[in-house]
Design a protein around this ligand. Structure first.
Ligand SMILES: N[C@@H](CCC(=O)N[C@@H](CS)C(=O)NCC(=O)O)C(=O)O
Length: 210
């Protein structure tokens, strides 16, 4: 495949950027990374140089511009069909797409009150009304995934899929806010954190200055 460029925001804060970045790293792809620091006076104009929506992440490939984390991951799944970024089994694939879409469009209380901040530790903070409900729904998704679809590995659908990329920012939020979890969810958090790609992201976030 010809040269790919992924435009992302600060690794410490950009939960949406983490998703396609993780997928591309797990695919073992070589790609250019353009990182635009978020929350600076120039962030918005810099992002608009690449992104029609004014948001990151954005994937640039040949003459194609693809924006929005879900569209980018779908583009990658189509470009690399042999990598099975969605599960091969039809029922598992439908389930993986459903939970990824639910993550993509929902959980507003969690997003608002527990923003991603990889470097920070805020134990017990952020439990505003509605947040525990979001946490409970997420952990019930994780439990169901692990118990019904996860036997081939230690991730949601067993091996790494786009669904894990979609929940990876939540894993980091749960660590930052020290969210209390059941045993299955704790194991899932450990499995995601054990990915060398996640460690690479966290190390880079640690070294950012904004
Ligand atoms: N639904 C979009 C959301 C992207 C998004 O909100 N990105 C944030 C950074 S994490 C952004 O670009 N913020 C910059 C701004 O709003 O000026 C996606 O999935 O990619």
């Amino acid at each position: 495949m010809t040269q790919l460029t992924l435009v992302i925001g600060s690794k410490n804060y950009s939960s949406w950027s983490l998703r396609p970045w993780l997928v591309m790293k797990e695919l073992g792809l070589e790609f250019n990374e353009i990182l635009i620091p978020l929350y600076t006076p120039e962030s918005s104009s810099k992002i608009r140089q690449y992104s029609p929506s004014g948001k990151v992440p954005v994937l640039l490939h040949e003459t194609q511009t693809v924006w929005d984390s879900l569209a980018i991951c779908e583009y990658l799944a189509e470009a690399f069909p042999n990598k099975h970024l969605w599960p091969e089994d039809k029922a598992a694939r439908a389930f993986a797409r459903s939970i990824s879409a639910e993550m993509h469009s929902g959980f507003a209380n969690l997003r608002e009150n527990m923003p991603m901040n990889c470097r920070a530790k805020y134990p017990g903070k952020g439990l505003a009304p509605g947040v525990q409900q979001d946490i409970d729904r997420i952990t019930s998704i994780w439990q169901y995934s692990r118990q019904n679809f996860g036997s081939s590995g230690n991730l949601l659908l067993g091996n790494f899929t786009i669904a894990d990329a979609f929940f990876a920012p939540v894993v980091l939020r749960f660590v930052t806010y020290d969210v209390q979890l059941d045993a299955i969810s704790q194991d899932y958090v450990k499995a995601v954190l054990a990915l060398s790609t996640m460690q690479e992201w966290l190390k880079a976030a640690e070294n950012e200055t904004n």
